[in-house]
Design a protein around this ligand. Structure first.
Ligand code: NAD
Length: 475
């Protein structure tokens, strides 16, 4: 498969080029790489109607067949990883190797969802009655995905929603619609028409979806600010919502770490995907005893990392995905400069085409600085010194966010004991960002509502239904 210019939506099992188009840019060059359909309200209505029509049969399809379809989709996307990776790099910016990893992950996530089973709980089985609680699909799900991991985060939704017997209308971000549209083309014949519909569009399409009475649920991944709007817009029709939102993950580095060993891992915890990861380390608290050597090791490592066009051999960090996010990260850097904070490395964006920002590390900015308190979602990391464990836990938790976090230390029990005190949906000890399709992932506080992954994530695509049968003998 080669990528081309005729990216189409998938509506009711048919590819549909739409009546209007919008351009998609390569963030490394700012050149147009293709165009995507700009869905109209009518296109959205048609996609929802197709999903609604497909729902009864799909819900009644034996779960084994639904699993088989997801496994086939997973294999199909993995088989095209090479071509898709080039497309994903072109629209997202990440290096080819990471794009390939995301695509393989997307296939793995579909297969992982297919390994889950729907539980039935027997509440009572007595002489008088039998009572069970089972889980039935909700109906039509609207899925809205972001631009940092376009395909993988869409599959976080597609797998469990379809496994549970729902049908779906999926909308990728306007910055990265192309790989998701190609995915639709790849899997079109692996599902009955209308089970999965994919539509793309501009800024108006998301709000049309969240307020549309035709959806039973909205599953959204994106920023906390947009998440609030999604919840508000879903309220009048009481749609179910799952919201996977922003984070400001703290890494706590204990005094007993082997600095040389962990420096590289800590670097990538913050800078993988150019810092554009919901669970990237966004503030790094380093114990006073090792602050200087770790700082030096991080700065030394940073100077070896190649930032550039993700399609070029050897690139380890690509550009920021889009102009708005580029401006936001530069604004945070500007604020740090205005306040007189110390830059250990980076801080000056070169005047070249593309949304490139160099790896930037700040030396111990104040706790109340914007770069510590806000989600940067870019390659700017504040290192912050601490010396008291209770204090660092309090600082890590003093945030409206509660998505992820990590604790690093040679004494694993001690690190674990700190990890247990972090108020986040996921906390890692001596690693970060390890997620699984069979484990619940979600945010505490304003990092989200509900979870994705695992049985908990699957059940969010269902209504619990209790059926109580009085036994003849009791009548
Ligand atoms: P965003 O909120 O700008 O956009 C996300 C999606 O929502 C896009 O498809 C966009 O078109 C759509 N959208 C925008 N406005 C909308 C509205 N009013 N109603 C409905 N839909 C609307 O987020 P982004 O900039 O694409 O992604 C970055 C953010 O996502 C970061 O904050 C990051 O932490 C978060 N994120 C969270 C997770 C997670 O799992 N918790 C994963 C990845 C990214």
């Amino acid at each position: 498969m080669e990528f081309d210019c005729d990216y189409a939506m998938l509506i009711g099992g048919r590819l549909d080029g739409g009546s209007a188009r919008f351009d998609v840019l390569n963030p490394a060059t700012e050149q147009v790489i293709g165009s995507a359909p700009d869905a109209s309200k009518d296109d959205l209505d048609r996609a929802i109607a197709a999903a609604r029509a497909a729902f009864p049969d799909w819900a009644a399809t034996p779960i084994a067949e639904r699993k088989a379809a997801l496994n086939a989709m997973g294999r199909a996307v993995m088989a095209e990883a090479d071509a898709l990776k080039r497309l994903l790099t072109a629209e997202q910016g990440k290096p080819h190797a990471e794009a390939a990893g995301e695509i393989m992950g997307a296939g793995y996530w579909l297969m992982g969802a297919a390994s889950l089973d729907m539980p039935v709980t027997v509440n009572e089985d007595s002489a008088e009655r039998y009572s069970e609680t089972r889980h039935v699909p909700l109906g039509v799900v609207g899925a809205i995905s972001p631009w940092n991991f376009p395909l993988l985060l869409a599959m976080f939704k597609v797998g469990p929603a379809l496994l549970a017997g729902n049908t779906m209308v999926l909308k990728p971000s306007p910055f990265t619609p192309l790989s998701t549209l190609k995915f639709g083309e790849l899997v079109k014949d692996l599902l009955p028409p209308g089970v999965l519909n994919i539509i793309s569009g501009g800024d108006a399409l998301g709000p049309w979806m969240t307020s549309h009475p035709g959806f039973d649920k909205i599953s959204f991944t994106g920023s906390t600010a947009t998440g609030r709007r999604v919840m508000e817009s879903a309220a009048p029709t009481l749609k179910r919502v799952t919201l996977e939102l922003g984070g400001n993950d703290a890494a706590i580095v204990m005094p007993d770490v082997d600095v040389e060993k962990v420096a590289e891992e800590l670097f990538w915890a913050a800078f993988r995907n150019n810092g554009q990861i919901c669970v990237a380390t966004k503030r790094m608290y380093v114990h006073r005893d090792i602050y200087e050597p770790l700082k030096d090791a991080l700065v030394a490592y940073a100077s070896t990392v190649k930032v550039g066009d993700g399609s070029e051999q050897g690139t380890q960090i690509g550009p920021i995905n889009n102009a708005a996010q580029y401006a936001r990260v530069l604004e945070l850097i500007e604020d740090a400069r205005d306040k007189g904070y110390t830059f250990l490395v980076g801080g000056e964006a070169a005047d070249v085409p593309g949304y490139f920002i160099p790896v930037t590390i700040l030396d111990n900015p104040p706790e109340d600085s914007r770069i510590v308190q806000e989600e940067q979602f870019g390659p700017v990391l504040p290192l912050i010194k601490f010396d008291d464990f209770d204090d660092v836990v309090a600082r890590a938790n003093a945030s409206e966010y509660g998505l992820g976090g990590s604790v690093w230390g040679r004494d694993e029990d001690k690190a674990f004991a700190i990890a247990e005190r972090i108020a986040s949906g996921t906390v890692w000890v001596n690693e970060t960002q390890h997620l699984s399709p069979t484990a619940a992932f979600g945010g505490m506080k304003q990092s989200g509502v509900g979870v994705e992954g695992g049985l908990d994530g699957l059940l969010e695509y269902t209504n619990a239904q209790t059926i109580v049968r009085r036994k003849k003998t009791a009548a």
